[in-house]
Design a protein around this ligand. Structure first.
Ligand code: ATP
Ligand code: MN
Length: 496
């Protein structure tokens, strides 16, 4: 039905695969600089105020909310009642009110779908209103631009205007959960999760955008819990969502068969994917509209997904970084101090082509791999991670899914096949007792051998043609880490 509404209202089109495809216009990604927390008595003492978490007044919020009410009174809007949090103990009832029919389908795909019975007497705990046609007036409304994402923790509302990027809807509830759950003893995490055969071995994959959370968690040998947002409670890990939001740029059926099949399904929403206007065949290689092309689909489109969205405690935790400088080892094992350091750093790197004018690698540090979604100070989350890892004797690893054999432009991106071999060795426990050697610059312990991965790939210094150039670049990156860790919260964080 929502397909039909979206088509009739000229919001979207259908491509040859059966997917619904929409364009998001001016905003093809999130707008972290336009996100504000309403300064209100119930939350203002707890919020980690820093340039990435800006306050806005209740007066501004009420003014914009009034405009949203007026819009809803004079236009047809869509309501979708859904849940966040697969563990029934923490279930959040979320009402999503949208101007666009396809946004309503997005909310249905990404959140947890209640049964028809569950909908009787559904009372929302939180309401998200997303009306792209309502634009703010920065002079009058106290926003930065026409675009706004206002989180009001006291009123239990999020209002979103001036952007059609659907990812704002799911990430605003993730932000809310980063506030609500720590007080209830649950660690909210920006990570994917999957489970080995026999449901015993759980692995978490933390990482910023584009580092491989979605890609690596879809694995034919393992069962998917979720690709982006989870909680870690006293009984184990649970998904916040009921769907996935995969990147489709240059996707290959051979290296990502499960995701590819989901992307090409009825019910899936494509965002900003180019397609032939006549044949309607999608072109995943085109970055004509953006590099950040996406597909939003319910998690049940991944074969083998665990539909309850819950599992036990992790035995392995993996930090993913796509190091475009090409100096971090493809896999290393972290000790306690390194766990805190690399978690608080939340490192990846951006490369040319992702944003205009970027011609060389640029580091991105986003604390806890989640700066734009953290509500409380970063140490709160780091402490929860360390405590749980120690309690459960989980092993923590750092994987470089970025460049090897030199920096971006010289080396090449680590192959997905090699990264998958490393993940396989980690989850099978093959690296637990593997002898390691320590790299001299970062002090990281690199396993001497990983099955199915050539030994020279494991040691980045040996893959660089010029070893003094490697040393220089590695020391420079270490310096960036040190400088960043001292400044967490003092400058505005990058958009991860
Ligand atoms: P987001 O938070 O934005 O959803 P993500 O961490 O889920 O990001 P993915 O969607 O998994 O990121 O994106 C990883 C991208 O990098 C994919 O397009 C994948 O094809 C590509 N890629 C290339 N080489 C590798 C590798 N060695 N490991 C993982 N992904 C790789
Ligand atoms: Mn993802």
């Amino acid at each position: 039905m929502l397909y039909e509404h979206a088509i009739r209202r000229d919001e979207a089109a259908i491509v040859s695969t059966g997917a619904l495809t929409a364009e998001t216009g001016r905003h093809t990604g999130r707008s972290p600089k336009d996100k504000f927390f309403v300064k209100e008595p119930t939350s203002q003492g707890a919020i980690w105020w820093h340039p990435g978490n800006q306050p806005i007044s209740s007066t501004s919020f009420e003014g914009l909310l009034k405009r949203m009410d007026e819009f809803c009174a004079s236009h047809d809007v869509y309501t979708q009642d859904v849940y966040a949090c697969a563990d029934p103990r923490y279930r959040l009832h979320v009402r999503v009110i949208t101007e666009l029919a396809w946004h309503s389908l997005f909310a249905r795909n990404l959140f947890i779908r209640p049964t028809a019975d569950d909908l009787l007497g559904f009372e929302p705990d939180f309401t998200v209103v997303a009306l792209p046609s309502v634009n703010a007036d920065p002079q009058h409304d106290g926003t930065r631009s026409e675009t706004f994402i206002l989180v009001n923790l006291g009123r239990r509302m999020v209002i979103i205007g001036g952007t059609e990027y659907a990812g704002e809807i799911k990430k605003s509830i993730f932000t809310v959960l980063n506030y609500l759950l720590p007080a209830r003893g649950v660690f909210p995490m920006h990570c994917s999760a999957n489970v080995g055969a026999g449901a015993s071995e759980v692995t978490l994959f933390f990482g910023l955008s584009g580092t491989g959370k979605t890609t690596l968690s879809a694995d034919p040998d393992r069962r998917l819990i979720g690709d982006d947002e989870h909680g870690w409670s006293d009984t184990g890990v649970f998904n916040f969502e009921g769907g996935c939001y995969a990147k489709t740029i240059r996707i290959r059926k051979e290296s990502e068969p499960e995701i590819f099949a989901a992307v090409e399904s009825f019910g899936t929403i494509l965002e900003n994917v180019a397609y032939d206007p006549r044949t309607r065949v999608p072109d995943y290689d085109s970055e004509e509209k953006t590099e950040n092309t996406r597909a939003a689909y319910p998690v049940d489109l991944i074969p083998n997904a665990i539909l309850s969205g819950t599992c036990g405690h992790p035995s392995n935790v993996i930090f993913l970084s796509a190091d475009a400088f090409g100096v971090l080892p493809p896999v290393s094992r972290l000790d306690d101090e390194q766990i805190r350091h690399y978690f608080l750093s939340g490192y990846t790197a951006k490369v040319a082509g992702t944003e205009r004018g970027v011609t060389e690698p640029e580091p991105i540090f986003s604390t806890c791999f989640a700066a734009p979604f953290l509500v409380l100070p970063p140490d709160t989350y780091a402490d929860m991670l360390i405590e749980r890892v120690n309690q459960r004797h989980a092993q923590v690893w750092m994987l470089n899914t970025g460049w090897v054999g030199g920096p971006y432009g010289v080396g090449q991106r680590m192959s997905i096949a090699h990264t998958r071999s490393i993940v396989r060795a980690v989850v099978k426990g093959e690296l637990r007792d593997m002898p390691t050697h320590v790299d001299p610059v970062f002090g990281l312990r690199i396993p001497d051998m990983v099955p199915d991965v050539p030994a020279e790939v494991l040691d980045p210094r040996r893959t660089w043609p010029d070893q003094t150039a490697y040393d220089r670049q590695a020391r420079s990156l270490r310096g960036m880490f040190e400088e960043n860790v001292q400044n967490i919260g003092k400058t505005s964080s990058s958009s991860g």
